[in-house]
Structure formats: C-alpha cells, structure tokens
Ligand binder design. Structure first.
Ligand code: F6R
Length: 612
C-alpha cells in the first residue's frame, strides 16, 4: 500500500528518495513520485508505473538536499501521472505526500472549488496542499496543524514548503511514520524497510503527533485543539539486520522467507515453553493464571491469511483449553455492532500490526470494555501498541506480499497460548508435555517438508495449467485449505476456491471435471475414512487430485488416480495443520514461478493494508 520517504541533510535527496521508494516496492503500488527543495525552489516528478520508470524519466537538473517521495496505491481516482503524489498547491510552493484516506475530501474539494480553485487531480490528498498553502499562520507547523484540523480520516503525511527551506514536517494519524536519525542528516519513512540501509536509530510517531525535521535533529508535538504541545519523543536503536531486507541469492523474498521458516519457528518458541510443567511461558500476555482462567470464550480477529490462521488457532484453543473459540474477519466485525462480553478474551492477529481493519476492530472491543491481546510481528506497530498485552512473533521482517513465515509463527503462538490457557483449565500435565514436545519438533519437521521442494515443484507445474482449482479440507483441515487457496490465488491469479470436503456434494461437485483439479487436505485423523470417501466422489467425476496427507494414510485404489501425493511428517493431531500448510505455500510459489509472475508484488495487492 502507499509508502512515504523523506530526506534532509548534506547529500542530494533525489537518489536517496528513489532508493527508499525501491525498498518500499514490496508494499504494492501503481505510481510513484518525488519532490525536492533546492536553490530554485520546489521541483516535482511523478508518474504512473514503477519506481525505475520514475528514475529513468527524472530531469537532469533535479538538485536539492531536502525531499519527499511516495509510492501510491490508488484509492481516489485512477493510477495516472496526475493522481500520483506529491501534490502541490497552485504556486508549487507546498508539496505533500500522504498515506491513508481523507473521508471528507469531497466536501473540502467542493469548498475549494467554490472558492475558485481548479483542482488538478482526483485525489483526496491534493486538498491538503491547498489548505496548507492558504493558511496564514506564522509557522509551517501551525499551517499544517490548521489544515489537519479540517480533515477527517487517516493520514501519515510529509510536507516540504519552499518558504521554509530548512525543514520537513511530518504528521501521523492512523498511518505509520518513522523518523530515522543519521549523521548530520535525517530520514523519514512509513516502513522500516526504507530506513535500515541508512540508520537503525529511529523514532515512531504516535497518532496525533507531528514532527519538525531538520538536518540536525527533530522535535515532536501533539496536535491539540488549542495548538501544538511539545512531546518528548526520543529515537531508539532497533534490533534489525539490514540483510533481512535483501533477497540474497533467492529469486524472490517469498522464496527466502519460505526457507527461513525453520529458524524463525525456533525463534518464536525460544524461552516460551515450560517443559517441566507442560505449559507456555508467555509473560507478555499481562494476564495471571486467575485472570486467564476467568475467560469463558475466545474471539480471534484478523484479516486474510491472519484470519485463516486465526481459525486454526481458535480450533487449537477449543481442543486444548476446552474453551469456546472462534475467529472472525476483523474487516467485518465492527460493522455488525458486536456484543463484547467482559469474560471473552479477544485475540488480534497481524503480521504488519498496521492493518487498519484489525486495528479498528481492536479499538471497537476496547471501547466496549473488552480485553485484547495481540499476536503481532512488527514491534512497536500500531496494533502492538494498542493491545493490552500479547505475543511478538519474531518472524523477522516479512517483505513478500504473500505471508509465509509470519503465518507459521502465528500458528505456533496460538499453540503456546492454547497450552498455557489449557493448563490453567483442564489440560493435564501429561497432555501439556505432549504438546510442548510437539511444538519443539515443528521447526525440524518444517525443514523436512521444505527439503521436498523439487517434488512439490513438479506438482505445482501441473496445477499451474488449470484455470480453476478447489482446495478442500474438513474441521482442522478446512482453514488449511482456505489458506492454501488464498496463497495460490494471490500469486498465480488462478481461481482457487476453498470448500469443506463435506460440502462438495451440496453444490460445488457440479464444477468438478478433468479441467478442475482438487487439492485435498487428508490428515491421518479421526476423519480420514470420510475424507477418503469424498475423494472417490471427485475421482469418479474425472477430477484430478493432489492429496496432502500422512504416509500412514492408505488411499487404496485411489492411489493410481492421484496426480500428486504429498506426505508431510506427523506431529500431534492438534498441531498438524501448520505442517499441512507448508507444502501449499511451496505449491503456490512454484506455480507462480512457472507462470512467470512477479511473485513478491502480486497485482492489485499490498503488503500492509492501511486503508479500510
Ligand atoms: C496473504 C496476506 C494477507 C494478510 C492480511 C493481513 O498472504 O498476506 O491476506 O494476511 O492482509 O495482514 P496483517 O497480517 O499484516 O494484518
């Protein structure tokens, strides 16, 4: 989704801004632009397409040591040169880049038009440039605060102004902004990915905060109705290896991140398992045993893959802790005026920690007095800061749009939470120990699945030929099928539909044909016989079958009909879903590779979805 960069210092800004924008490409975008402030005033270059197109078309004389840049993911108006950011006022003295959505943009545009102004773009952002330019307040900060006072909605903005050539001003409300401190220079970005090459000393702005940035440092304020009140935000060192943002010898970040899973899985489990008492050791929950025991229900909230793994997590919690649990799409939750009960534990799941739908769902729960814990990857992100406690996922930066290693660690975090919650309820110490042993085996077992990549690539090649596919599973296997279909459609652009195996005969069986393969999740569990029977119904209609299963499962005479059999290592039944998910990630990756798609930047998608 949209990305912001900014620079002020002793070097030429444009090359640094372009480099920063390249590092934000993975977030998804359709146009890009930069503005620099130099001796001859403000210069802007922007265009639809890739950052490299922007770089190729940049005028030779584009000097200036202050600048802002943006990658846009269209919301108001199509992706074209005019709608790309930065936006400026009529005299090109103010340049603004903006992430988020201004809800009252139509009214503000109409007001400006009534005043005789001809707006040049279709965007909500342009109004900000005009509002800042029209303010007669003394300082740039006051002008921006005045403009923001007129705006309803979410924003992360960076502003350069020709009349204030010693500074950039940034502000945040619902869309992340980070300041990076360099040596006689300062950087700004909406994502750490754009900063870590230059500095790991950073300050995250809070919602409602503004910052003035000069080459020598920064100062922050809270935007209040009565004016600007200074805040005491300090920069801190973040523990991030810049190499994490480099794909190295891999053809894509997705491939790199797939293979990182065993190591990252070990990282999320490290120090959090109590083998002696067969329980989890999750200090960050901020809930003691008595409080944990008092919950009567668990509701998991997340979007997309985080929602599907939330379904896996809810079923783990229900099975191990014997507490009613379900998952719901966070994007829908707050629109149905949900009943929030004090004895329900809410669990928000998010890799980025910035997904606006999930953040708003968390706030809705808290507004109604509910308690929310977070399973979040990005440290210091909006959701991480909003929740009442939680578990960091320690996946390291996830760059590819398609989530893999973060999703795996979400499952493992649910595993630990379920054991800990179970142990303060009715889970026996023996069962607790059994599951802890199971959890510790998972990294090695993921490695075993990944070692079969070459075989999986052959199956993927076959699946890539189909225009349409089914992914089916039952009970624990159904969210696995949903996640498998999600990953497949995201990066192959094939139609992949997930269904409960048991529901096929109630409708979708009509679509089964030799052209429509089915990927079936068939673990060796209490449902194996029923699962295998359903596969016969598919095979009888000529539907090609790929079966993801355990080597102990006897497919009988189906064996000769399956076009691919994928055996994954067995763990405890409750923990099997994640091991069944890993080959589906690899299948999606290899099918997309076969089809020649840009795996890390699937069309129309963004890494972190910061608009509703
Ligand atoms: C799928 C995918 C998305 C995200 C979803 C939530 O591979 O990545 O479906 O899972 O947009 O994102 P986070 O986890 O950042 O809240």
């Amino acid at each position: 989704m949209c990305g912001i960069v900014g620079y002020i210092g002793t070097q030429q800004a444009a090359p640094l801004l372009l480099e920063g924008l390249t590092r934000l490409e993975h977030r998804g975008y359709d146009s890009a632009g930069v503005a620099v402030l130099g001796g001859s005033g403000l210069k802007v270059a922007k265009r639809a397409g890739r950052v490299r197109d922007l770089a190729d078309g940049l005028p030779k004389r584009f000097g200036g040591k202050i600048g802002i840049g943006h990658t846009r993911w269209a919301t108001h108006g199509p992706a074209n040169d005019v709608n790309a950011h930065p936006h400026t006022d009529e005299l090109s003295r103010v340049a603004v880049v903006h992430n988020g959505i201004i809800d009252n943009a139509a009214a503000l545009r109409a007001e400006l038009a009534d005043d005789g102004l001809v707006l040049t773009s279709d965007t909500d952002t342009e109004v900000l440039a005009h509002l800042v330019a029209r303010s007669s307040a003394k300082t740039l900060e006051q002008r921006i605060a005045e403009a923001l006072g007129r705006v309803e909605g979410t924003y992360g903005i960076a502003v350069a102004h020709a009349d204030f050539p010693d500074r950039l001003v940034v502000a945040r409300n619902g869309s992340p902004l980070i300041i990076g401190v360099g040596d006689h220079e300062m950087h700004v970005a909406s994502d750490l990915a754009a900063l870590v090459r230059y500095t790991t000393t950073v300050a995250h702005l809070d919602d409602g905060e503004m910052a003035t940035i000069t080459a020598a440092g920064f100062s922050t304020y809270r935007i209040e109705a009565t004016g600007l009140a200074a805040t005491d935000r300090r920069a801190k060192e973040v523990d991030i290896d810049p190499e994490a943002y480099d794909a190295g010898e891999h053809d894509s970040f997705m491939h790199k991140e797939l293979l990182e899973q065993p190591a990252r899985a070990e990282a999320v489990l490290r120090g959090r398992l109590d083998e002696r008492f067969g329980t989890g050791h999750l200090g960050g929950l901020n809930l003691d045993a008595r409080e944990l025991r008092a919950f009567r229900r668990v509701k998991v909230l997340g979007c997309g893959s985080a929602y599907y793994v939330g379904q896996m997590g809810a079923s783990l919690l229900e099975e191990l802790a014997r507490i009613p649990a379900d998952a719901e799409a966070a994007s829908e939750f707050r629109y149905r005026n949900p009943i929030v009960e004090p004895d329900t534990l809410y669990v928000a799941v998010s890799q980025s920690g910035e997904t606006i739908d999930t953040l708003l769902a968390v706030q809705e729960v808290q507004r109604k007095g509910g308690r929310v814990i977070g399973l979040v990857n990005v440290v210091g992100s909006a959701i991480a800061r909003q929740v009442d406690g939680g578990i960091y996922l320690h996946s390291g930066p996830e760059v590819a749009v398609a989530s893999t290693k973060a999703l795996t660690n979400m499952f493992l975090a649910f595993g630990m939470l379920a054991v800990q919650l179970g142990r303060v309820r009715d889970l026996s110490i023996a069962d607790g120990k059994r599951l802890i042993t199971g959890l510790t085996r998972i990294p090695e077992q993921i490695d075993q699945v990944l070692a079969t990549e070459a075989d999986l690539a052959l199956v993927a090649k076959r699946l890539a030929e189909a225009e349409s596919l089914f992914f089916v599973g039952r009970v624990r296997g159904f969210p696995v099928a949903r996640e498998g279909a999600q990953k497949f459609k995201e990066i192959t652009y094939r139609h992949a539909e997930a269904y409960q195996t048991s529901e096929l005969k109630h409708g979708p069986l009509a679509l089964i044909s030799p052209e429509v393969p089915t990927v079936a999740i068939v673990p060796d569990d209490e449902l194996v016989e029923r699962n295998v029977a359903a596969l016969h119904e598919i095979a009888a209609r000529g539907g090609p079958l790929v079966v993801v299963t355990h080597d102990s499962v006897d497919l009988g005479d189906l064996e000769s009909l399956v076009v691919g059999r994928i055996d994954v290592p067995r763990n405890e039944r409750e923990l099997d879903p994640i091991l069944l998910t890993i080959p589906l990630q690899v299948l999606a990756y290899h099918a997309a590779l076969e089809l020649g798609h840009d795996i890390d930047k699937p069309r129309n998608l963004a890494k972190s979805v910061t608009v509703e």
